[in-house]
Design a protein around this ligand. Structure first.
Ligand code: FES
Length: 357
């Protein structure tokens, strides 16, 4: 069930001129349900001009803070982000789903790790949550952050990051890169590219000594940096990412085109949700399990419908599906038959999926 809770906005404030932070008031009765892990996100819902608009935003607080805050960057023509940045005020209510998402690794105080983080713009949101958590819970772990922004003024959470750097002196290194403002050291002017990555890997990054890497930002940056580090010798399974999608790659386009031809008419679908089974027959009006189920009257969780947020994640119990795109699930989740229902096109005559996992 897509359970949304009406939550009061405790505070909304500008973090930079085009990024607002929303703090939620969580009633004690929901504390347990709203417990979260660093790197998870909240799905928010509201009605804007009569339309049901949903978006997922990463929590920027750490689970130990017992605070629930998300940062919302203004996107040109973005309905939800414009609403938050111009209209939302303290005391308003928003509908919010309990935290979800699998971006992040379990902290282990006994095992010191060296973390690398690469972020661009609002990609810092889940990353700052992780940095706070690992520094606070793993006394001997270190974090290095490589963070790209347009200008110094647009750096989200600059002050908080500086405070963390001071509080955990010697355990957090931060390197800012600016794309629209020049500074004296050429290395820090511009995005990650081959020259810059070569210097970083020689000077600041010790590949054999790196325990985990987290990347969050535009797809192009995330893929580029991830591949670079893997080619430089980092085991692939240590690279974790969450990305903003700007357009489909050629490979994704071809797969989506191929799956658009898939005949789904008459496929028998069973949904397990809230311990109950819901059954329907697919028609060619829909090309994915989520939309078909919603069309048949099911109430299932979703937010982006673009394969990015993982809110619609479920597990295949019977039959087979193919995903049009997958920007959210890691290889080990796919290997365990998890799929994004908003992208899942049935390729067998019968499919059974479980949303209770
Ligand atoms: S709704 Fe976001 S991945 Fe499916």
């Amino acid at each position: 069930m897509a359970v949304f809770h009406k939550l009061k906005v405790k505070d909304v404030y500008k973090e930079t001129s085009d990024c607002s932070v929303i703090a939620f008031d969580i009633p004690e009765s929901l504390y347990e349900e709203f417990e979260f892990k660093q790197g998870q996100h909240l799905t928010l819902k509201t009605e804007i001009d009569g339309e049901d608009v949903r978006r997922s935003y990463s929590l920027c607080t750490s689970p130990m803070d017992r605070e629930w805050k998300v940062a919302v960057k203004l996107i040109p023509e973005g309905k939800f982000s414009s609403f938050v940045n111009t209209t939302l005020k303290p005391g308003d209510t928003l509908e919010v789903m309990a935290p979800s998402g699998t971006f992040g690794v379990k902290p282990n105080p006994e095992k010191p790790k060296n973390y690398l983080f690469f972020a661009a713009g609002s990609g810092i949101t889940p990353i700052i949550s992780m940095i706070k958590t690992h520094l606070a819970t793993e006394p001997n772990s270190t974090c290095k952050l490589f963070y790209v922004n347009r200008t110094a003024k647009s750096i989200i959470f600059k002050e908080e990051l500086e405070q963390l750097r001071n509080a955990y002196f010697g355990r957090l290194e931060i390197y800012y890169f600016l794309t629209k403002e020049r500074r004296d050291i050429e290395l820090f002017n511009g995005r990650f590219d081959d020259d810059r990555m070569a210097v970083l890997c020689k000077t600041f990054i010790d590949i054999p000594d790196t325990s985990e890497v987290f990347l969050c930002g535009p797809e192009e940056m995330v893929k580029y940096v991830g591949n670079y580090l893997v080619e430089a010798g980092l085991p692939k399974e240590l690279v974790h990412f969450e990305l903003f999608v700007t357009g489909l790659s050629e490979e994704d386009k071809l797969r989506a085109e191929r799956l658009a031809q898939q005949n789904v008419e008459g496929v028998e679908v069973t949904i397990v949700d809230g311990g109950k089974e819901f059954h329907f027959t697919m028609t060619s009006d829909y090309d994915n399990i989520l939309d078909a189920a919603l069309g048949a009257g099911a109430d299932l969780p979703f937010a982006c419908k673009g394969g990015v947020c993982s809110t619609c994640k479920c597990k295949i119990l019977e039959g087979e599906v193919e995903m049009k795109v997958n920007y959210a699930l890691e290889a080990h989740e796919v290997a365990q038959d998890y799929v994004l229902s908003c992208q899942a096109v049935p390729v067998t005559d019968e499919v059974k999926v479980d949303f209770d996992v």
